[in-house]
Design a protein around this ligand. Sequence first.
Ligand SMILES: [Zn+2]
Ligand SMILES: [Zn+2]
Length: 372
Amino acid sequence: MVEKVEVFLESEHTRTTNAKRMMLAFVMHQIGSAGFMEKPVPQDPGTDGAIIKTTRALICTSDSHTVHGAIGERHDLTLGHEAVGIVYKLGSNVNGLREGDRVAVNAITPCYKCDNCLRGFTSQCTEMLGGWKFANIKDGVFAEYFHVNDAQANLAQIPKSVPDDSAVYTCDMMSTGFIGAEHANIPLGGSVAIFAQGPVGLMATVGARLLGAGLIIAVESVPKRQELAKHFGADVIVDFKKQDAVQSILDMTNDQGVDSAIEALGAQPTLEACIRVTRAGGTISNVGYHGQGDYLQIPRLAWGVGMGDKTIRTGLCPGGKERMQRLLRLIENGRVDPTPLTTHRFRFSELEKAFRMMETKEDGIIKPLILF
Ligand SMILES: [Zn+2]
Ligand SMILES: [Zn+2]
């Protein structure tokens, strides 16, 4: 017993005398290069912020986009924006939470004070896409600890019955996929085509089902993703490698087209197809990350030469405690189980391998779960 106390005291001593306690972080060194490095454990939450000890994280395709330069050069910026954890330190102004609480934080962490936030466009906090702070303008979540701004508005307690392995899907995949469906303005019993069934597309399929779509058409060619699309509520799968996706969808809808189309890939051909398959007065909802090129083209005639009453909506993963609580409630009460998206599991120390696999999409990888 005495020995233990001494060891404890010694480690406390080491901690306090070392100016900086270090941790491991997985960073973007520069465009085209990512890897591990040591960084100091963040110690100061600031008056409104929090420091979270990471327990689970997910790698996102947009982490690869970032490393390949989609948002420009970054130096030794910690990657990752999908994580849950335990409150390690809280700012003095943060009410309603305690150190030790199990919390989820969305990938998008708005300030809830600026003009755009007050106008209701929190993902565009301060400026376009400005709600996206992790691994963009501040260190992300692929570290043993990470900092959260405006913690009272951004941290949501995870209900007891919801495991971290499920809760981590609220950070981006569920919020992004569901906003794809919410923005698609699907009439009750209406028809919707969802282009691509990656993790976001699959969650858009779930969202469309929850919102009462009468016909869900999922466009996807990868067998494992087709299988998951059916599991998550798609009525029909269109394999664009075996059939013309646009023509098939028009055939299925008496040449009228669908009420709503969701772009969940981020590419010219799928955006274009969304416009072609949507009926007059319909809505095209984009959640795809268009990571390449300077322009996207709209098919003029299918757009009713600009007068077809077709709406194109865009949005970025809504964040904030209130939305996170609603997403967590859907898991808590069994409306959604996102865990079939987890195809692989890795220790944090194996993140480099997981990151590589996510880039090549080898071994049918959909979402790799990272355990801390
Ligand atoms: Zn993500
Ligand atoms: Zn703001």
